[in-house]
Design a protein around this ligand. Sequence first.
Ligand code: NA7
Length: 532
Amino acid sequence: MNNTKPDFDAIVVGAGFAGMYMLYRLRARGMRVRVFETGTSVGGTWYWNRYPGARVDTETMFYSYQFSEELQQEWDWPERYPAQEDLAAYARHVADRFELWPDIQFETRVEATAWDDDANLWTVETDDGARLTASFCIMATGCLSAVNYPEIEGLDDFAGETYHTAHWPDGGADFTGKRVAVIGTGSSGVQSIPVIAAQAGHLHVFQRTANYVMPAHNRPMAPDEVAEIKANYSALRAKAKRSFSGNYFPVAGPSALAVSEEERNREYEVRWAMGGLAIMATYADFQTSDAANETASEFIRNKIRAIVKNPEVAELLAPKQLFLCKRLCVGTDYFETYNRDNVTLVDISDTEIDRITPEGVLVDGEFYPVDVLVLATGFDAVTGALKRIDIRGVNGLTLRDKWADGPKTYLGLSISGFPNMFTITGPGSPSVLTNMIPSIEQHVEWISGCIEHMRKHELGRIEAEVTAETDWVNHVNDIGDKTLRATCQSWYFGSNIPGKPRVILPYAGGFPAYAKKCDMVADGGYSGFSLR
Ligand code: NA7
């Protein structure tokens, strides 16, 4: 092994909430760190997703950093579910407060990174032609950051304006009086459709799959509510970490079938009135019993039937797949929007879009002329951002080849064959099935603890063992396949991307079990890793 001094101790890819906190922690340990970020500012998801109506759907008093008591006490969130601008402002505040800016290089995309086994270094190549070395390479590339441009014939020939919700222009878009088409009805479509409809001349929504949407009931935060949360912040945060999703949602009981229909519906009404994601924790058997799941599914379908005046449109908007099979959406006036005269729902569940022409959208022989096309078609989730970088490990093994049949990681944190590389909220960790910011913090703290351990014991190389990785991948798949999520097409399984292997991407065993396993691995001297 030669002793080349690297340009940096660590290179971090991405300056979203994961990359920012990673930088903060490693720098606090005296490490020389460089963060590369494609955007012009910090925030990641909350930098890119600037579409109209974009807001977080997890209550932000809990969807925020908890590593700094001063930060969580001093920062004030304006609303229960703040808008993208507020989340981006929070990210900038964190960068100001902890003086992160000087170590982040913006407008720079990492294109490749290769491991040198002799020098024990990563060489990172950026799109400005630079090649820099580091002992550690930490991927903070985000779970929902690789944009999915759909493969629809003629898309590039469209003569009007085209926008993707996850790549919205800085100055926004003006829909006034225009004929607009939105393709996609996941969270981004659900949030943007009501806002676009209020401005557009006419809006056509092209829906491939109807989704369950809970009302957000967004509102300004009341001062006494904020004071109460802040007075009990640590205890509330600890309670959330003991919950399956890393969010504290009250559980009404073990089974939806153990109570009467009347009691069940009363409970669902409470959650509907509460708004947001809390309904998903009502009964513990939503992921294991079709019949239990159907009770919540039908409750929401009945809400849709009551809101949407045209019964045919209501039936098209009523989801057919099981509740929670796909990501639950949270919206404001979503179903109500379909009562507007200037909104038309086009069902493309059986007949996909034939093609886009320069003037509009052609479906099943019917032509819809439009001026603006909005693609709310989501992401190549969880693995996409990693696979878009040319990552080469030991003996030139590429990550793309290693993951050709699906991602293989140890704990979603590390990949055998790729020493000294960590993936924050990587595939095989709870990530998108949990409250993302606490999950990011748990990973960042684990990684910085691991690096500290290596420094203390003068170890220069860490790599996941193949057997530990294989066991973990099998465990992730076993748990994933047992949940009812496995019964539908969703991005959790990669089904939204043509040709992507059908493998569960996040770990579905819950945040507490996962965090315990990570602690056990660390306490056991990093069992399952080879260190030298
Ligand atoms: P999602 O949830 O992946 O939604 C994308 C939507 O776009 C969904 O309705 C898709 O239908 C639809 N889609 C994707 N490709 C096509 C094509 N080719 N034709 C028609 N319709 C298509 O992404 P979002 O951005 O809304 O939300 C992502 C996450 O961000 C969300 O889950 C939250 O965690 C926050 P499909 O369902 O695949 O039939």
